[in-house]
Design a protein around this ligand. Structure first.
Ligand SMILES: Cc1cc2nc3c(=O)[nH]c(=O)nc-3n(C[C@H](O)[C@H](O)[C@H](O)COP(=O)(O)O)c2cc1C
Length: 219
């Protein structure tokens, strides 16, 4: 009897552990006052309202050399397993990138190149597989980085995230649209982010419930 209770309890714990995986937010700009980072912070604030833990990645803190097979053979950069671990313990990903000459930032592409490498013991595309994702761009130009946004979505899809990639872009970005705490001041954009995050969280929960049902069926 006690054994059955313990088993049941373990399954319940397992269920909630499974549901409450973290959300990772990654900024593709290294700039201190980056608009992309500030916008991502506004996404984070909205996510936190749903009780999820957020891992906010500023790439200044996770330096990786330019990808080079020779470096990889000599030994992995110390930040690579740390970053991989963050991604592999996430159920959702929000990535923002500046648009530089119509492309995503070089530092973001380099990070993705490293993260795409399959390390011993990993399964195919393990780092990104099935992650619910929002691709974000913003620029000081009126198009809001939409060319980079398309590139970012193609790249994320290739890396293996959930195929229903959501997106958000903001043009004419300037210091004046944020307050001193980096909160967005544009009501229409605040509402957009709110709706997007609501849909994002719901999709994550649906995915997790389906996966948990499968898991309970087989165990
Ligand atoms: C080298 C370079 C290239 C840029 N190319 C574009 C571009 O193609 N399209 C665009 O809308 N903005 C372009 N910009 C402007 C950036 O979008 C703008 O600097 C933006 O604020 C950078 O993002 P951040 O604030 O997150 O650092 C470019 C800026 C730089 C420095």
């Amino acid at each position: 009897m006690i054994f059955i209770f313990e088993l049941f309890f373990a399954k319940i714990v397992d269920y909630f552990m499974y549901l409450k995986k973290d959300i990772t937010l990654l900024s593709g700009s290294l700039r201190k006052n980056s608009f992309n980072t500030k916008i991502l912070r506004n996404f984070e604030a909205e996510i936190l309202r749903y009780g999820y833990k957020c891992n906010f990645i500023n790439l200044n803190d996770y330096n990786l050399p330019f990808y080079n097979e020779d470096i990889e053979k000599e030994g992995l950069p110390k930040n690579l397993p740390i970053l991989k671990n963050i991604f592999q313990n996430s159920s959702g990903l929000i990535v923002s990138s500046p648009e530089y000459n119509g492309e995503i930032s070089a530092v973001l592409k380099n990070t993705f190149d490293w993260l795409s490498r399959k390390l011993p013991g990993e399964t195919f595309k393990q780092t990104f597989l099935g992650l619910k994702t929002i691709a974000v761009t913003s620029s000081t130009g009126k198009n809001g980085g939409t060319r980079a946004l398309e590139r970012l979505k193609v790249l994320l899809s290739r890396l293996g995230v959930d195929e229903d990639i959501l997106s958000y872009s903001l043009g004419n970005t300037a210091d004046e649209i944020f307050n001193e705490n980096d909160d967005l001041l544009l009501e229409s954009q605040i509402a957009k982010i709110k709706h997007l995050v609501e849909y994002f969280i719901k999709s994550i929960q649906v995915n997790q419930e389906l996966a948990t049902e499968q898991k309970l069926k087989v165990s």
